[in-house]
Ligand binder design. Structure first.
Ligand SMILES: Cc1cc2nc3c(=O)[nH]c(=O)nc-3n(C[C@H](O)[C@H](O)[C@H](O)COP(=O)(O)O)c2cc1C
Length: 221
C-alpha cells in the first residue's frame, strides 16, 4: 500500500490485537520519527508495551482495547500545535502502509512521564496510539468540499483532489473546522475555532499537499 492508498482507507481504530509490534515495523516507525524530529525540531518518541497511558477511565469510556503502543507527540512547550499535526500525520500514514492502525488521542489518555524523555521546556502535546487493529475502523461523516473551500466548477483538478484528501483526514471530534482558499496557484489554509483546530490544520495540510501535488501550488504563510 502506498501513501495515497493509506489516505483513502485510513480510519481511527480504538481496538487492537494483543500482539507486540514486529521489530521491522518498530524500526520503520522509529526511523520515521527520527526523520520527522530532525525536520521539525520536535522530540517525538515511540513508546512500546506501555499499558498505563491508555488504561485510564477516560480511555475505557472511549472503548479503547489493547492500546499499549504509541508515539508521544513531544515538542517545545509553545508554538508547535500545527507541526504536531503535520509531522504526526506522516507517521499515521506510514503506519497504515505497514499494516498498522492508529488513533490520535488528545483527551482520553494519561501522561506517563517515566515512559518518555522530556527535555527542559518540552511537553507532551498528545499521543498517537498505534498497533495491529482488531478492526479497521469505518469512514467518518464528512462535510462537503464546498463547505470547507472555495472549490468551484472552474477550479483545477489538483485543488479538488487536495480538498478531497483533506476531508479524509482525522480531525478532533471529527470537527473538520478548516478552510482552503485557492487564489491563482496560492492556497491559503486556515484553522477554524475548535479544540485542537491548529493541530487539525497541520494534519489536513499534509493530506492536501499529497492530494494536490506540491509542484502545483504554494501555501500562503
Ligand atoms: C487532534 C486530534 C485529537 C483526537 N483526540 C481523540 C481522543 O482524545 N479520543 C479519541 O477517541 N479520538 C480522538 N481523535 C480521533 C477523532 O475522533 C477522529 O479522527 C475523527 O472522529 C475522524 O474519524 P477518523 O479518524 O476515523 O477518520 C482525535 C483526532 C485528532 C486529529
Amino acid at each position: 500500500m502506498n501513501i495515497e492508498e493509506a489516505i483513502l482507507c485510513r480510519h481511527s481504530v480504538r481496538q487492537y490485537l494483543d500482539k507486540p509490534i514486529a521489530p521491522e515495523h518498530a524500526d520503520a516507525l522509529r526511523k520515521a520519527v527520527e526523520e520527522a524530529n530532525a525536520q521539525s525540531g520536535m522530540h517525538m518518541q515511540l513508546v512500546l508495551d506501555e499499558p498505563k497511558a491508555m488504561n485510564c477511565l477516560l480511555a475505557k469510556y472511549g472503548s479503547f482495547k489493547n492500546a499499549t503502543n504509541y508515539v508521544a507527540m513531544i515538542a517545545p512547550k509553545n508554538g508547535f500545535d500545527e507541526k504536531v499535526g503535520y509531522f504526526g500525520e506522516k507517521i499515521v500514514l506510514l503506519a497504515k502502509t505497514l499494516g498498522l492502525e492508529t488513533c490520535w488521542v488528545a483527551g482520553s489518555y494519561k501522561k506517563i512521564p517515566e515512559a518518555v524523555r522530556l527535555e527542559d521546556g518540552e511537553k507532551i502535546y498528545m499521543i498517537i496510539v498505534v498497533g495491529y487493529g482488531a478492526t479497521q475502523g469505518k469512514p467518518h461523516r464528512s462535510k462537503s468540499p464546498q463547505a470547507v473551500s472555495n472549490l468551484s466548477e472552474d477550479s483545477p483538478k489538483w485543488f479538488e483532489k487536495g480538498v478531497q484528501y483533506a476531508l479524509l483526514a482525522p480531525t478532533a471530534i471529527n470537527q473538520q473546522k478548516f478552510r482552503f482558499e485557492l487564489d491563482g496557484n496560492r492556497v491559503k489554509a486556515t484553522a477554524g475555532i475548535g479544540p485542537y483546530a491548529k493541530t487539525d490544520l497541520g494534519i489536513v495540510k499534509l493530506h492536501f499537499e499529497i492530494g494536490a501535488g506540491s509542484e502545483n501550488f504554494a501555501f500562503e504563510e
